[in-house]
Design a protein around this ligand. Structure first.
Ligand code: NDP
Ligand code: 8X3
Length: 249
């Protein structure tokens, strides 16, 4: 039986992926900062698979290593790592950007992803197998107005996805990215600091992706035979053709 480690499992794409992988019979290590949500998810998904939860902030380097290094033996074989935790803070011209927002995006989306991966690399290397899926974004393929630092953080994820694939190649580890376009989750609520009306308006007038759409693609990616590595996937709603081209009613 396989085990997947999912960061950002308390909401959106990560949460939907946890459910999709549970349906495949994959055991789960679920991470996030909101402990109550982790407990609820564990209760629900434990009906199908073994679930372990880890509550931590990916920015907290020491805690990341402490938590991962003290996983119970049963959960020390990690077959799949889904680097999903991430968010955007603000949507302003770069000259008006808030420096704390910049720090948050780079610390979570880039450095947090690196800390978690660095803690898990030794396990996968000693196993001689493993599958890492990095959740990038269309924002990591094409910069859009006011996206500046969020886009930069996702371009970094794109670079790290390539780097991991190259450097871990000789260890037999699969590495690939899934890069979603507009997906209706808590993403815009976080970006607009709790302004739900503004967040909702991002997805009005067209059918955005649902987190389950991305989860289903991740399920497909992880269930390919081991010699097949899906290296880089871009997935957009049909109504979206580029970061700035969305066919709205
Ligand atoms: P959500 O806001 O719904 O989920 C984000 C998840 O990340 C939550 O589970 C949150 O958990 C976790 N997270 C955020 N910050 C931290 C932190 N500091 N430490 C630990 N966990 C953290 O958004 P999405 O599901 O949309 O986002 C998931 C990923 O998908 C992100 O990397 C995002 O950039 C990417 N993405 C999203 C798109 C979209 O349109 N929605 C499109 C392209 C990519 P908690 O708050 O409990 O810590
Ligand atoms: C999330 C997609 O276009 O809102 O990464 O930045 S977008």
């Amino acid at each position: 039986m396989k085990t997947a480690f999912i960061t950002g499992a308390t909401s959106g794409i990560g949460k939907a992926t946890a459910s999709a992988l549970a349906r495949e019979g994959i055991n789960l290590i679920l991470c996030g900062r909101r402990e109550e949500r982790l407990a609820e998810l564990k209760k629900e998904l434990s009906k199908r698979v073994a679930v372990y939860t880890l509550c931590f902030d990916v920015r907290d380097k020491e805690v990341v290593f402490e938590k991962i290094n003290s996983l119970p033996e049963k959960f020390q074989k990690i077959d799949i790592l889904i680097n999903n935790a991430g968010n955007a803070h603000g949507l302003n011209p770069i000259q008006d950007g808030n420096i704390d927002d910049w720090d948050a995006m780079l610390d979570i989306n880039v450095k947090g992803l690196l800390y978690v991966s660095k803690a898990i690399f030794p396990l996968m290397i000693s196993q001689g197998t493993g599958h890492i899926i990095n959740i990038g974004s269309t924002a990591g393929k094409e910069v859009y107005p006011n996206g500046n630092v969020y886009c930069a953080s996702k371009y970094a994820v794109d670079a790290l996805n390539q780097a991991m694939r190259i450097d871990l190649n000789k260890h037999g580890i699969r590495v690939g990215a899934v890069n979603p376009g507009l997906t209706q989750t808590e993403f815009s609520e976080v970006r607009f600091k709790g302004d739900t009306e503004k967040a909702k308006s991002v997805y009005e007038g067209f059918q955005a992706l649902r987190p389950e759409d991305i989860a289903d693609i991740i399920r497909f990616v992880v269930t390919r035979p081991y010699h097949v590595n899906i290296a880089d996937l871009v997935v957009m709603p049909t109504a979206q053709a580029s970061s700035v081209t969305v066919n709205k009613e």
